[in-house]
Design a protein around this ligand. Structure first.
Ligand SMILES: [Mn+2]
Length: 282
């Protein structure tokens, strides 16, 4: 069973005596890359560490999963991260020894910055019970297409509202959408360079033993770092056939997600509306 740990942008998965806490998109070191461009913002890491410790106290997890983009700089390690990332993980490691990371697009060269006890999982994602986790920048592993629940990140979803005065407010949201995994089977096999000479769903079953779910529930997590920008998911003036392009990442873009009817929730759990309804307000 998965439930958001509201009002935190975190998810708690309960499986028997296991309690897995999931967070995504910390982008530690984002301020460092801003400083390189002349904008000076205090480090957000102490704030995130404090929030993480509060969460651990509240949820009493037996393990932690970081669903990608732990760090910010792509591929190269920025000096400021050398201190922030090891300190962060050593502190929370004392509270919860079992920590796993599913890498995102910003996590190149992350391994040397993490304590040895932190396990790095494949960037194609991981399955826990009937829940599949993947960051969202790349295609997930075939096994994820057989999951009843999918959890992803990467988008940093936000809704925007504009009032008659022209003021615009944005809020971080959770997005809950129906995903037809059968529509993912063909493009995924193609991506894996497997010749699709048959029904892709049947082929996926034959090659990987995966029974593809025609209707899974996909949850897009808000970013744990609330200082970041995000993608406005209720932008209007998008032609109907290109609406899925409002999202990023191969899974959200290939038409397998019912974008119009996707539900959005604020961090405190308030239902805001479907994306279709909110487009009028952006
Ligand atoms: Mn990302």
């Amino acid at each position: 069973m998965i439930t958001p740990a509201s009002p935190f942008p975190a998810l708690l998965l309960r499986r028997g005596s296991e309690r897995v806490l999931v967070v995504a998109d910390l982008h530690i070191g984002w301020e460092v890359s801003l400083a390189e461009r002349g904008v000076h913002v205090p480090s957000q890491t102490p704030k995130m560490l404090d929030k993480m410790l509060q969460l651990i106290k509240l949820c009493r997890p037996t393990s932690l999963i970081f669903l990608g983009d732990v760090k910010h700089a792509i591929a190269k390690v920025v000096m400021g991260e050398w201190r922030d990332i090891p300190d962060f993980f050593e502190t929370i490691g004392k509270k919860v020894p079992n920590i796993q990371v599913i890498p995102g697009n910003h996590d190149g060269n992350l391994e040397p910055l993490l304590p040895k006890t932190v396990e790095i999982l494949p960037s194609k994602g991981a399955v826990l019970g009937d829940v599949g986790f993947f960051h969202g920048h790349a295609w997930p592993a075939p096994e994820l297409l057989g999951c009843r629940n999918l959890v992803t990140a990467h988008v940093h979803p936000m809704v925007a509202f504009r009032d008659p005065m022209g003021f615009r407010i944005t809020r971080q949201v959770w997005v809950k959408a129906t995903c037809n995994c059968a529509k993912l089977a063909g493009p995924l096999l193609k991506h894996m360079r497997i010749k699709v000479d048959n029904d892709p769903v049947t082929l996926l079953k034959k090659r990987f033993g995966v029974k593809v779910k025609p209707s899974s529930e996909l949850l897009i997590m808000p970013s744990f770092n609330d200082f970041l920008g995000g993608q406005t998911i209720n932008k209007r003036a998008l032609r109907k056939n290109v609406r899925s392009r409002a999202f990023i990442g191969p899974v959200l873009r290939c038409g397998s997600i019912d974008v119009d009817n996707a539900e959005t929730y604020l961090l405190d759990g308030t239902f805001v509306g479907t994306i279709e309804q909110l487009r009028k307000l952006s």
